[in-house]
Ligand binder design. Structure first.
Ligand code: F6R
Length: 268
């Protein structure tokens, strides 16, 4: 795992957007795993701008989102399909038929979860998976005690997650209590994963996820087992990490990160 600390949330989002753009340009048929949530909005803003201003193309990309609320049709303004449409898909040249989210309103949810896993396999697996982190340490909606080898399935949302996300619903009481989510095992199979976290509210859980012991109580700790995992944080979210000097040294000195360092030429 590598940890990259950026000065502000905007700089952290910019770095992630540049990293995605770099991979997309290198591999136009990239299979991109997407996340929703407040943190990702500024990343999608930047990708939309790179499409508009620098010709970044999503035409060959296939996308798979991490999760979707159970019971919400794609047309529901609170669904993650709607979120993706609003924040990214309608602003870029992605073929909407190549964008995938679990169907939260499928009549047979177990069959839907199996179908989703198979579809990821048929596309050759996920090349780059974006992740946020919830207050419980969830990645996707892998709430505490999610098996570290779990696959796409229905998961009951924890009270902490309901408190985190219900203010986003017009009627908070109507937030679904369950979601379909890729499993921890599904996420760990992505060739590369990048987690973005910003703000003081994430400092405690980031320290546990990065430097704490691996436990199914905090799904993000499973990322410590991934061979190619990058965690991008702003100063506020990095505040409780012990090893910041070492992490900063790596980012400042490793040749891989040269194009992404402040003042470097644009690599998007
Ligand atoms: C949503 C998802 C979640 C969020 C997490 C952080 O698709 O995968 O794990 O990334 O809950 O959400 P925000 O960014 O709103 O704090």
């Amino acid at each position: 795992m590598e940890v990259i600390i950026q000065s502000t949330p905007a700089a952290a989002a910019e770095l992630l957007a540049r990293l995605i753009a770099h991979d997309l340009r290198a591999q136009p048929r990239l299979v991109l795993g997407l996340a929703t949530g407040r943190t990702m909005e500024s990343v999608y803003d930047r990708l939309a701008r790179m499409h508009r201003e620098d010709g970044l193309s999503f035409a060959g990309t296939r996308t798979f989102n991490l999760d979707e609320y159970v019971g919400l049709p794609a047309s529901d303004p609170h669904s993650y399909r709607h979120y993706m449409q609003e924040h990214l898909f309608r602003h870029v040249d992605v073929d909407v038929r190549n964008t995938h989210l679990p169907h939260g309103d499928a009549p047979d949810l177990d069959a839907e979860c199996r179908r989703y896993e198979e579809l990821i396999q048929q596309c050759g697996g996920i090349d780059l998976q974006l992740l946020g982190i919830g207050q419980t340490g969830h990645i996707g909606f892998n709430e505490p005690l999610s098996a570290l080898r779990s696959r796409t399935r229905v998961k009951a949302l924890s009270p902490v997650t309901i408190a985190q996300n219900s203010p986003l619903f017009a009627d908070p009481a109507k937030m679904p209590r369950r979601a379909i989510t890729m499993g921890v095992g599904t996420i760990l199979e992505a060739r590369r994963v990048v987690l973005l976290a910003t703000g003081t509210g994430k400092a405690e859980i980031i320290a546990k996820a990065v430097e704490g012991p691996i436990t199914s109580m905090i799904s993000a700790t499973a990322l410590q087992m991934h061979a190619r995992c990058t965690v991008i944080v702003d100063e506020a979210a990095a505040a409780k990490l012990q090893g910041v000097d070492y992490y900063r040294w790596i980012f400042a000195n490793e040749p891989e990160w040269e194009p992404y360092r402040c003042g470097s030429a644009h690599v998007g």
